[in-house]
Design a protein around this ligand. Sequence first.
Ligand SMILES: Nc1ncnc2c1ncn2[C@@H]1O[C@H](COP(=O)(O)OP(=O)(O)O)[C@@H](O)[C@H]1O
Ligand SMILES: N[C@@H](CCC(=O)OP(=O)(O)O)C(=O)O
Length: 370
Amino acid sequence: MAYRRVVIKLGTSVLTSGSKKLDKAHMVELARQMSVLMKAGVEVVLCTSGAIAAGREHLSYPILPDTMAHKQLLAAVGQSQLILAWSQLFSLYGIYVGQLLLTRADLEDRERYLNARDTINALISSNIVPIINENDAVATNEIKVGDNDNLSARAALLCDADLLILLTDQKGLFDSDPRKNPDAKLIAQVQNIDDSLRLLAGGSGTALGTGGMATKLEAADIARHAGIEVVIASGHHENVIIKVVNKEESVGTHFSAIDSPLESRKQWILAGPAAKGCLVIDDGAANAVINQGRSLLSKGIIRAEGEFARGVTLRIVDTQGRTLGRGISRYCAKDVSQICGKHSDEIETILGYDYGDAVVHRNDMVVLDC
Ligand SMILES: Nc1ncnc2c1ncn2[C@@H]1O[C@H](COP(=O)(O)OP(=O)(O)O)[C@@H](O)[C@H]1O
Ligand SMILES: N[C@@H](CCC(=O)OP(=O)(O)O)C(=O)O
């Protein structure tokens, strides 16, 4: 086997086969493929969407106000139907499943993160498939991951997978949205996720999907920085899961893992807490940070955006608004607005204290491919 531990994310588009209901005939086929791999010794973690779609189906497509509470109602009803379906379908292959419903808050809190990891490891070592979805019924916007592409990437980091497979309704990442451009070409291999690639990835083409290719690229970027390979492929391609895991043929879009994965602290900065604001930096600072591996000093900061305390994760952006990276700020927003553009030696005089020369130290920063 080419891979030891695999996270497989199934989008609503795959689970419903483009209809308004769960396509159980297709779900059982996917369960079969996963069971084949498990019997061959591959450890499988499933990240499944589909709760909201299943909720609508179970309640016979009620006309509800488009509010958060009603989406949560649908997710609460649908999640139990979804896990019931998976439990029944995997049981046909003699496999038990265990459910983990997570929010961003679970992944940001170190103790809950480690607990979730222990649970996943315990399930895997008992040959039970951990099945993960966002806990939509309780998650508010503030504590949501928001889409299962990002959730599956975080799950892949959490459980130390070596492959993340994102299955969807397209053959992979195309050079434009194939729903809008019939001449769009499949991109078979991606070495670098940069802004030009991000521009190709649009939102969801359907009312049921969340995020489209844009969130799949975000997920791929998080995973590959942690040394995890990623494949985006069609959930309806014959034997897709088995072929990808066995590297039998080139299926979908393959993203190489970064050779020297980030140490776990930096993985945490990249995939952990939501960015609470941003630091806009000048060209000189951008060059120092990107090309020279330097810390971010106050002198190169043009302004701070958002309200944030010291110790929170921020985006670092250039003057054109491009995200260059993420890092933990040693100063709060109010402090940064007073010291930006000033030399580090002046910090103590201006603020009356200082927390070090760097606003974002190199060790607290992850630079992205631009
Ligand atoms: N460059 C692109 N390549 C492929 N698909 C794209 C691209 N840009 C946007 N999309 C859209 O992304 C959709 C898949 O994402 P989404 O609807 O969220 O599905 P899922 O439920 O599988 O997550 C496709 O149906 C397609 O319309
Ligand atoms: N958690 C939601 C799915 C969110 C989501 O990202 O959906 P999708 O884009 O279809 O993978 C649900 O179970 O309905």
